[in-house]
Design a protein around this ligand. Structure first.
Ligand SMILES: *Cc1c(COP(=O)(O)O)cnc(C)c1O
Length: 422
């Protein structure tokens, strides 16, 4: 499917007058339509809730959009919990799905009354020692081991992943937690990442529904929810077919009717913790071509770098690029599109066919709305960019200012003998 940016060259130029490139821009309309479609696709399940994975895009304005659909937040750290609380999410709307969790984070999660999702059997004791009790509602993360395979060849490797408990451990965990006072139980699993197939959630659901039916039967624990977590992917490349959330919801419903309803468990709530699917396609990184270089290859140097968007550098991830205003020109040039870090992996694209790029052209890097800004870092003293929201009425609102040098040096502010000067 041809990838079309949600802004035009004129809009980018207009934004750049107030907010110098590079900047992130998010499409509120697209994000809202998708959120509504997710809600609709799972409306058959009375307790359904999406807990937006905060790490994908930890911006309060984005979280507030999610809140409008009665979605919650999936948090994994102290500051993500603070952010969720600050945006008005109550405990019931916060899922704390962390791993290798520090005691103070468990304590804060419990104080907020969040749903705590235990990554390991040993965390039962750790949690009890930390907060002095076991919450009435508790969740456990499952890892079946082995490999997770789908018919289109997509697979992932849970057996190699650090997350979750074995089946034997989760059975025992339920028994122990029940004895310690837990009353409502949940199971969570995240077995494959960025799946671009409607098959993933239904297949995962089937596996988890069978597991919880067995858990409830063997332990007598009341299973209140099954958390399908994240992993629903997006088409980063133009040749991929986007997931159809309606088909996904329907696939999960079929598994639910087949397995849980006959087991007398038709009251189980379905939870999700999608990040990428909720925000990925609705964000772009806009950057300007500032250098061209002709050596052994053709290079275009832009004013963003891997510190703004890390995925290409660390995963070799593909992000589609549109040269704004040149959407219909032939892609008859081959470029490496680079940032300015002193690292050769700092390339947004390698050997990419693009229209001829002129200095000053704006490049729109697609699908950067999730795990984009949030993975940013400060290597080479690079400063994080601003984030802009293209609102439904077409106006642009800055939702995070760009970092300034003072921000970079802020952690020296307690040292009397260090003064950073311009
Ligand atoms: C990262 C993560 C998610 C979100 O994953 P996406 O692929 O962005 O949907 C959800 N839950 C947990 C526990 C995660 O670590």
């Amino acid at each position: 499917m041809k990838k079309i940016p949600f802004i035009t060259r004129e809009q980018a130029e207009e934004m750049a007058k107030t907010y110098p490139t590079p900047f992130y821009v998010y499409d509120e309309k697209g994000m809202r339509e998708n959120a509504a479609a997710v809600k609709e696709a799972f409306a058959w399940n009375r307790g359904f809730r999406e807990y937006f994975a905060v790490k994908a895009n930890p911006n309060p304005y984005i979280l507030k959009i999610m809140k409008d659909y009665d979605f919650g937040c999936d948090c994994s750290s102290y500051t993500e919990l603070m952010l969720a609380k600050s945006c008005g999410f109550d405990g019931e709307h916060i899922m704390f799905s962390s791993n290798d969790t520090p005691a103070e984070e468990f304590a804060y999660a419990a104080e907020l009354g969040t749903v705590i999702n235990l990554d390991d059997f040993t965390h039962i004791d750790f949690l009890e020692k930390t907060i002095g009790y076991i919450p009435e509602t508790i969740s456990c993360r499952f890892n079946p081991g082995g490999i997770f395979e789908m018919s289109n060849g997509i697979m992932d490797n849970p057996g190699d992943a650090k997350y979750g408990m074995t089946k034997e451990q989760i059975l025992e965990a339920f028994r122990v937690l029940k004895a310690k006072g837990a009353k409502e139980f949940g199971v969570h699993a995240f077995l494959a990442s960025n799946t671009v197939t409607n098959e993933y959630y239904p297949k995962l659901a089937r596996q988890l529904f069978e597991l919880v039916a067995e858990l409830q039967e063997k332990t007598g624990c009341h299973v209140a929810f099954v958390n399908l977590s994240g992993g629903v992917g997006i088409p980063y490349t133009p040749d991929q077919e986007p997931n159809d959330i309606r088909a996904i919801g329907e696939g999960v419903r079929e598994a639910f009717e087949e397995i849980l309803v006959p087991a007398g468990m038709g009251d189980v709530k379905i939870f999700a913790e999608m990040g990428r699917f909720m925000a990925g396609p609705y964000g772009g990184l806009v950057t300007k071509a500032i250098h061209e270089k002709h050596t052994y290859k053709e290079y275009i140097g832009v004013d963003a770098c891997a510190a703004n968007l890390m995925r290409p550098a660390i995963y070799g991830a593909y992000h589609h690029i549109t040269v704004l205003g040149k959407e219909d020109m032939p892609c008859d040039h081959i470029y490496d599109v680079t940032g300015s870090l002193c690292e050769n992996c700092d390339k947004f694209a390698v050997d990419r066919k693009l229209p001829e790029i002129a200095m000053g052209d704006y490049l729109f890097i697609h699908d950067a709305g999730a795990h984009g800004f949030s993975m940013g870092y400060n290597y080479n003293g690079k400063l994080r960019s601003a984030e802009l929201l293209l609102q439904e009425d077409g106006s642009v609102k800055m939702i995070r200012r760009a970092e300034r040098p003072e921000d970079y040096f802020a952690t020296f502010d307690c040292f009397d003998d260090i003064k950073i000067e311009r």
